[in-house]
Design a protein around this ligand. Sequence first.
Ligand code: SF4
Length: 371
Amino acid sequence: MAFNNKPVLVFWEMTNVCPLKCIHCRADAINFPEEGQMSTEDGKNLIEQIAGFGTPAPLLIFTGGDPMSRTDLEILVQYASSKGIKSAIAPAVSESLSKESLKRIKELGVLSISISLDSSAEEMHDYIRGVPGTYKKTIQAIKDALSIGLNAQINTVVMKHNISQLPAIFQLIRNLGITTWEVFFLITTGRGSNALDIEPEDYESTCNFLYDASQYGVVIRTVEAPFIRRIVRQRREKGMYWMNDKYKSMREDLYIRCGKPFTTSSISMAGTLDGDGILFVSYTGSIYPGGFLPVELGNIKHLNISTVYRDNELLLDIRNRKFSGPCGACSNKDVCGGSRARAFAYDDNILGSDPACIYTTEAKRFTKKIL
Ligand code: SF4
């Protein structure tokens, strides 16, 4: 589905200051704002531009780095609310994150918070996030948010380190009372992150596992794995199932921990792609199709984001599914389209094919029955 008139989500990377040292992100914490960070006035300008998309405006997601590190966060949250813009926040787990700070931003209009949880095991989560003690603070922050009535979702980055733990993470999510799980897949750049990424077969296994997990009343969304919608279509409409040892063991683990699925899948077929329903604004004001797609489309200091979103030829090509290779020929590109960020990362071609999708080359692995 093409979101031609306006995106549903605008991500604003308010800063890249962050106390964490995540293994898939940066080697070191960043303690001070980098040169060129948008000012409060720049932020208000962006908010006005988002309001200019018209009612209802896209949801504004304050992200980073750590948005809680900005001293003008409350001013900007309040300004967004005053312009009729709904907002959410994706903080890092830091000293700035407390029940009091969450209460305050909720009062000012933030609707929900997303918090990263990459393992059900304390040691592994702390290893992935690079700072001891992060797991305990993460669990506390989730409980704090829920206790004050702030919607909380959990974000998990899938990598070799935690793929086998996904059923345990899902069980923990349900035990905590979380109703939305957003699962991120890596966009690797060859700077060490390649070693963390899973194989295409594991993408398929994981997305099939997530389809199963979406039948327990928890809303599940994926980031940079749009082919989950192809899998949903195959399973719902054609009764086709993927099966290999990895998926089999993940599904068995899921059933042991959570019992058999009891409701219909929560995965929406009207998902977004970078540049199709999504826009990302960096800490300097540069506009990108998505947070993992470093193709600059302009800067909010010189261009209006609604003009960029509606008229940029690259974004029009994405929304019109003008892809090359297997994604261009695929009968599922209407609901999927492949990760544009991964196509660019692997082949410098934003309109190329997503190399994590096994569909076109491995169709023989599909069967009509669950083994
Ligand atoms: S080939 Fe491309 S469009 Fe088709 S399912 Fe795979 S990623 Fe999606």
